[in-house]
Design a protein around this ligand. Sequence first.
Ligand SMILES: Nc1ncnc2c1ncn2[C@@H]1O[C@H](COP(=O)(O)OP(=O)(O)OP(=O)(O)O)[C@@H](O)[C@H]1O
Length: 341
Amino acid sequence: MGGEPASEAHHVISAGSPIVQTQSLTMDFGRVVALLDLDVRIGGGVTGLVGANGAGKSTLIKILLGLLKPTSGTATVLGFDIASESAQIRRLVGYMPEHDCLPPDVSASDFVVHLGRMSGLPAAVARERAADVLRHVGLAEERYRPMGGYSTGMKQRAKLAQALVHDPRLVFLDEPTNGLDPAARDDMLRLVRRIGHDFGIAVVVTSHLLGELERVSDHVIVLDGGRLLRASATSEFLEGTGGLLIEVLGGLEDRDAMVGALSAAGLTCQPRGAMIGLDPAPQGFPVHDLIRDTAASLDLGLVRIQADHRRLEDVFADRPDTGSDPSDARDQPAPRHQEQP
Ligand SMILES: Nc1ncnc2c1ncn2[C@@H]1O[C@H](COP(=O)(O)OP(=O)(O)OP(=O)(O)O)[C@@H](O)[C@H]1O
């Protein structure tokens, strides 16, 4: 958190420069090696940092903010060196920590104004900015109430607002959907995407739920046991498999009737939640016609036929040292890593 306008970094960062770059970053806590020889490059937009609990996501963020000193390796944030220029970095970067850090007796409004002042904003500007960001994150009248009485969703919004109050160029959001119910999680993910796209602030957002990062991120970095497992555009993770997803009207019985009929017609398919996952059919096979005819013969309405996509979970299944079984659940937590002895 900090107060100087973002212009301070403009002479350092030019178009195409990385927002974050690390080289051989290692964090050895003694009992655990949290990061090992990590080389990552993060650009603008929304970057999802994904990995199981303990994969090293929070450690990486804390190192980039200058809150932890790495055992070895180097990194820059917005062109500034983390070892010697962390004050400049904190001025231009917002941070939403993972854990609850809100004083219960203070209102979100007073809290965000206070942090704006701490970042160096004049009082009137801090009040104005706080009102703006609290509105953007969706805290209305309740912003004048003590935060101790807030729901988890409201607390997450207050934490997000304080990360934005000083108009940063980059925000680190550590597990912003933690503890939220599905509706509140969707709202938070929409907000994350707006911050990256409508507000033009680079976002690094962590989650152990792979499916949700797939929805909001332009790029995804996958950490596993402190090592980089994969980094690429989200679209590359989601390349088509050649398979299809089918949905029919009705309940699970209707879905199962459709699975049975398609299987009897020689296609390989299985229930996937309320939908049906269909394996790729041989080239030239009139698969769409067959699906339509099968649904018609069962008197079932077809809701949709869509391309199946590779899921982020499959990245973990692809890694060389695992025999892990990719789960069907989109929001399946990533596998835990082995702690180093
Ligand atoms: N201060 C510390 N001292 C010792 N070990 C630590 C410390 N901080 C983190 N660790 C260990 O380092 C590893 C990585 O932790 P980290 O918090 O970075 O993971 P994470 O991917 O953010 O997961 P989570 O979401 O559970 O925090 C874990 O094994 C954790 O126990």
